[in-house]
Ligand binder design. Structure first.
Ligand SMILES: Nc1ncnc2c1ncn2[C@@H]1O[C@H](COP(=O)(O)OP(=O)(O)OP(=O)(O)O)[C@@H](O)[C@H]1O
Ligand SMILES: [Mg+2]
Length: 287
């Protein structure tokens, strides 16, 4: 089983590596031909990310802007979200030398009513036709081609936990713990500003020291996941797929693996898993 997972991970990683090569460099991926393009927009708590893929689902363009237009999974600054989405679209069009006409979006699990529509409204207001609105973990699961697994998405504001069985989502929850909380803990420890703490967190210079400071946050996330997995009696051979920007610490997967007593896979560039999944995911069937 693990061999198959490793192969799927390698396939996803080769696409994620293309994104890390081109993102925000106004640069097209090398050696890729494209006819029919698909775009995905991820409206996150920390940033808005655009990924454009070709017919083979290989990324050809990617860009993002740091943004505070979403809080706790809800769009709180509609005009700001439209303006950034528009800018990202224009950057893509200038680079690709073609118009983008459609884009898919995604919502955190459990989003209902008007909040569900609002992501589509932002995409439409940026003059893009909405090709699909996916659940965020479903988008990640599409990219990683998960049949049975647990998607853990540690973003800025929240951590999403999604259990997938036979290519179907059987459980999803969103918890208010994530990268922002890690930054607050670092700011408190060093008695520095949030901006300085955020910088420290992302710099790899003192990674071991920083990880030991944020370890209680990681352990809190692990405890919450463990409670769900115990409640739903998820067998130990079902692996975790760890995505989201706040998982960018070398020791994170291992720490979580020990707590959950199961295999934890972390794709390359974990913050781009959901955005890439949104771009490619609209044709696949997960429910
Ligand atoms: N290199 C890094 N090391 C540690 N944390 C990082 C790194 N890069 C980004 N982060 C953190 O990742 C978080 C953002 O992750 P991501 O882009 O997945 O979230 P988002 O999609 O915007 O938020 P959400 O999913 O909660 O709406 C932020 O808290 C950011 O500080
Ligand atoms: Mg996210």
């Amino acid at each position: 089983m693990y061999e198959i997972e490793e192969q799927k991970l390698a396939a996803a990683n080769s696409k994620l590596d293309v994104i890390s090569e081109i993102v925000n460099k106004e640069k097209l991926a090398a050696d890729v031909k494209f006819k029919k393009l698909k775009a995905g927009i991820d409206l996150g708590t920390s940033s808005i990310v655009l990924v454009v893929v070709n017919e083979q689902n290989v990324p050809v363009f990617s860009a993002y802007e740091e943004a505070s237009v979403v809080r706790d999974g809800l769009v709180v600054d509609f005009m700001g979200a439209i303006s950034i989405t528009n800018k990202l679209k224009e950057r893509a069009e200038a680079c690709l030398q073609t118009n983008l006409n459609t884009a898919a979006g995604a919502i955190p699990p459990g989003t209902v009513g008007n909040n569900k529509k609002i992501v589509g409204n932002v995409i439409e207001a940026a003059n893009l036709e909405v090709s699909a609105i996916l659940d965020e973990p479903v988008a990640a699961a599409c990219l990683l081609d998960i049949s049975d697994g647990i998607v853990v998405d540690v973003g800025g504001g929240t951590t999403g936990i999604t259990i997938i069985k036979n290519k179907k989502v059987v459980f999803s929850a969103d918890q208010a713990t994530g990268g922002t909380q890690m930054t607050l803990v670092i700011a408190g420890f060093y008695n520095v500003t949030i901006t300085a703490a955020e910088k420290l967190k992302r710099s790899k210079v003192k990674e071991n020291e920083i990880f030991s400071i944020i370890q209680p946050v990681v352990e809190k996330i692990g405890t919450i996941i463990d409670q769900y997995l115990t409640k739903f009696q998820i067998p130990q051979n079902v692996p975790v797929f760890l995505v989201g920007g706040a998982t960018c610490f070398e020791k994170f997967p291992d720490t979580l693996s020990k707590m959950l007593n199961r295999q934890v896979y972390q794709p390359h560039s974990p913050r781009f898993v959901t955005p890439l999944g949104i771009a490619i995911g609209n044709e696949k069937s997960f429910s």
